[in-house]
Design a protein around this ligand. Structure first.
Ligand SMILES: O=C(O)Cn1ncc2ncnc(NCCc3cnc(NC(=O)Nc4cccc(Cl)c4)s3)c21
Length: 273
């Protein structure tokens, strides 16, 4: 609610519960806002660590960007507050937790589950790109699962408004497209590349250009050294879609609205997302 955006929150507004996870910058707790009984996730960040890592501007940009985004497949950031030592993010609670843990447990997803996730991510990214926001860090660690099994993109810590495109290194290399790995200018089509990487990883359990050494991964990305293992068996429609997304020339990647019309998505994605 807009009230949530303006109100000066403090920790005494919440009953804080169990820790949900430990991130690099701090922990996330289950919490209940006392007056509304609304369940949220509270991410606690230590100012010293934010300062040491010089990411305060990124955090400010994330809060600014997220305050304008409303989409069923984007985890809400309701607001934030701070005290002497910490910054608190008030986040939508994703009841079924982190997607990457689910992927580790299942090893890989069925084509129906993978296509349903890819379609909902495509719809969320179409929405973001429509608002000139590119996420730039689409990977399993930034995806959560809601109470009805729906996917939620979280952690816009690396997102930018495309007007002021920055060239900053993101997390793992695996999901970066050639133009980011070669640190050239990049645009919304970077998210199409990352979605193609994700689609491959949902179906095979590993990202396509994974290698022991960073230098090897770098080479495989810039050469788009795309291979499909014989196991698990994956339909040629799925391979066709992935091959149309993992294209070096960013302008030739399959546009997201075309992805939603691709036969693999049409035949496999659950329309409810
Ligand atoms: O807690 C878990 O590990 C998993 N989990 N399980 C359920 C659940 N429900 C909601 N949220 C969870 N986790 C937090 C997800 C985030 C969303 N937005 C973020 N933004 C951010 O961290 N920004 C940020 C931090 C430090 C520096 C900078 Cl520059 C930016 S983190 C949940």
């Amino acid at each position: 609610s807009s009230e949530a955006a303006q109100k000066r929150w403090t920790t005494s507004d919440f009953d804080v519960g169990k820790p949900l996870g430990r991130g690099k910058f701090g922990h996330v707790y289950l919490a209940r806002e006392k007056r509304s009984n609304h369940i949220v996730a509270l991410k606690v960040l230590f100012k010293t660590q934010l300062h040491q890592s010089q990411v305060e501007h990124q955090l400010r940009r994330e809060v600014e960007i997220q305050s304008h985004l409303r989409h069923p497949n984007i985890l809400r950031l309701y607001g934030y507050f701070y005290d002497q030592k910490r910054v608190y993010l008030i986040l939508e609670y994703a009841a079924r937790g982190e997607l990457y843990k689910e992927l580790q447990k299942c090893k890989y997803f069925s084509e129906r589950r993978a296509a349903t996730y890819v379609a909902s991510l495509a719809r969320a990214l179409i929405y973001c790109h429509g608002k000139h926001v590119i996420h730039r860090d689409i990977k399993p660690e930034n995806l959560l699962i809601g109470a009805q099994g729906e996917l939620k993109i979280a952690d816009f810590g690396w997102s930018v408004h495309t007007f002021n495109r920055r060239r900053t290194m993101c997390g793992t290399l695996d999901y970066l497209p050639p133009e980011m790995v070669e640190s050239l200018e990049h645009d919304a089509s970077v998210d199409i590349w990352s979605l193609g990487i994700l689609c491959y990883e949902f179906l095979y359990g590993v990202p396509p250009f994974e290698a022991r050494e960073h230098s090897e991964t770098y080479k495989r990305i810039v050469q788009v050294d795309l291979k499909f293992p014989p196991k698990p068996i994956v339909s040629s429609y799925a391979k066709d879609l992935i091959s149309q997304m993992l294209v070096k020339e960013s302008t030739r990647r399959l546009p997201l609205h075309k992805l939603l019309e691709h036969p693999w998505i049409v035949q496999n994605a659950d329309p409810s997302g």
